[in-house]
Design a protein around this ligand. Structure first.
Ligand code: NDP
Length: 262
């Protein structure tokens, strides 16, 4: 039996085990996926190898530690500087970032995205901005504070704080802040958000499982919008493909979605 886990701190809330275990059952794959509370992120590679894990996901706050500990980093992860997936290849730890391509899969239903605005400049925003840059999407990043914007400047995004923002027209607005996760905050001051929404065709919130104040406003403006559930699902599906060396079909994806919603 192969063993998989998700590393995080905290990790109790994670829905990844139910999603991946549903995928394993669907394929009759003899594997188990559990949760590992990890206090010290610098030990992640050693813990992964000591536990004879075949693969793992990594969540907050260990994605950067996982990146710098890996034996090899593949794909977009090297530009993002953070990874959410480890694979054991004959004792070598190979790292990937499936958050970025998972997000792109989640917005496929929004056609013709050429210009986007990202609210927030944290780890999730970094993955999305790199994915946008690879897809040739012109990106503006707006953040409450200035100090996180350098990464995005270097990537070629237009960067701004709330103070010097000037609104343009956007195909997509993304809330990648944690505003609305555990509070009722908007991701920017309300008049600014209303102006952005009036000038945007589609909206997505990275937060899942609730109608945040951001999503509520997008609905009020009749903008096609969605929460972060598909983003979570597709990063999981892409990691699952790496874990099992299979290509997910629609039945597997639906099984994993069902697992997620359990
Ligand atoms: P980080 O802590 O790295 O970044 C948080 C960002 O939110 C920063 O830019 C911060 O701004 C901003 N922010 C926090 N509070 C407020 C506020 N009240 N008003 C305006 N801006 C605020 O977080 P992550 O990037 O890891 O996660 C961001 C969100 O994405 C979370 O809500 C998380 O749940 C969600 N997420 C969803 C996933 C999915 O699969 N659906 C996957 C990963 C994350 P500042 O720099 O000024 O502090």
């Amino acid at each position: 039996m192969e063993h998989f886990t998700i590393f995080g701190n905290p990790v109790e809330h994670s829905k990844s085990p139910q999603m991946h275990n549903a995928g394993f059952s669907h394929l009759n794959f003899d594997s188990i996926y559990d949760k590992t509370q990890l206090e010290d992120g610098t030990t992640i590679k050693q813990v992964f190898l000591d536990n004879h894990l075949q693969g793992a996901n990594i969540t907050v706050p260990h994605k950067e530690f996982a990146f710098s500990n890996a034996d090899e980093v593949r794909g977009l992860a090297s530009k993002i500087g953070a990874v959410n997936t480890y694979i054991n290849e004959n004792g070598k730890v190979i790292a990937y970032n499936t958050d970025a391509p998972g997000f792109m899969k989640a917005i496929e239903e929004f056609k013709e995205i050429k210009k986007a605005i990202l609210l927030g400049a944290g780890g999730t925003a970094k993955a999305i901005a790199v994915a946008f840059s690879e897809a040739g999407i012109e990106t503006t990043v707006i953040n409450r504070s200035e100090n996180r914007l350098d990464f995005f400047k270097e990537l070629g995004c237009t960067t701004t704080t709330w103070d010097n923002f000037s609104c343009e027209k956007y195909d997509l607005v993304v809330n990648s802040t944690s505003a609305g996760l555990k509070d009722d905050n908007y991701p920017t001051p309300l008049p600014m958000l209303e102006n952005i929404l009036k000038n945007s065709k589609y909206a997505i919130d990275c937060i899942y499982g609730k109608i945040t104040p951001f999503l509520q406003k997008a609905k009020e403006y009749n903008i096609p919008c969605k929460d972060g559930e598909d983003m979570l699902l597709y990063q999981g599906v892409l990691a699952f493909e790496l874990f099992t060396n299979t290509k997910a079909d629609k039945y597997l994806i639906e099984a994993m979605r069902k697992g997620l919603k359990q």
